[in-house]
Design a protein around this ligand. Sequence first.
Ligand code: NAP
Ligand code: GCO
Length: 266
Amino acid sequence: MDIMKRFSLEGKVALVTGAAYGIGFAMAEALAGAGAKIAFNCRSQKNMDQALAAYAAKGIDAHGYIADVTIEEQVKDLLGKIEADLGPVDILVNNAGIIRRIPMTEMSAEEFRQVVDIDLVGPFICSKAVIPGMVERGHGKIINVCSMMSELGRETVSAYAAAKGGLKMLTRNICSEYGAANIQCNGIGPGYIATPQTAPLRERQPDGSPHPFDSFLMAKTPAGRWGTPEDLMGPVVFLASEASDFVNGHILYVDGGILAYFGKQP
Ligand code: NAP
Ligand code: GCO
């Protein structure tokens, strides 16, 4: 058996949501490197233009579309366009997401709902839109981008933790409901990754010292560093490929060991 062939995505069409930059962009780059045709969406033309230039600079012929993952009509329209341009989606990566860091008692219900809407209802809408075609064609891969907060809580991120915990269970439920149709739905749980989303946690103090969260995180991470979007490239190709065909409903944490560790002893 040529084992490397089991990792090939040649001939597959992948949709990575919110892949204009950050983790989604790196995941799309990895899927393209393994042979997949890439479609992505984001919400603004400005981000789209920058992203298309960034993909082109890497030699990737990515197809970008403006669509908001929380609006069902826009997602249906997005999938219709992708099917016409590239073919039906074989691999869906539910990556688009936001965070709001607000103490729970100061957070409005509207702010809470907005996070849950994008981080949990969005993946439901996108998955619901691709599953019937996957069932018809007899195969499909769905990868949900979860979080440390699928397992852990922390001050100020109640909505995000609720949404990412829910996304872990949506992952298991899609596996339960559609595993028999040869659809594998797994999650990737990145640890703390250096992207625009986590920039506020890495800002230097006025005296040039590291942000207190940065020092706290280093003491909690056996790898002793922040993750990079590139750290997610191998895991996403694995979960998108035939190599993982008997892996279903699993959350693969890519966290430098955070979830295994009690923290650095004083
Ligand atoms: P990021 O740098 O803020 O990128 C988020 C992406 O999502 C952007 O491209 C954004 O594009 C898009 N997006 C947001 N809302 C959207 C919507 N309603 N419809 C379509 N696209 C939308 O975040 P990231 O750090 O790369 O994170 C990507 C995913 O990984 C998120 O789900 C995040 O929760 C998760 N994650 C991140 C980390 C980390 O440490 N960075 C760790 C664990 C999990 P536009 O705003 O242009 O639409
Ligand atoms: C936070 C962070 C996180 C990470 C990530 C961890 O404020 O705690 O932004 O939640 O982005 O999801 O896995």
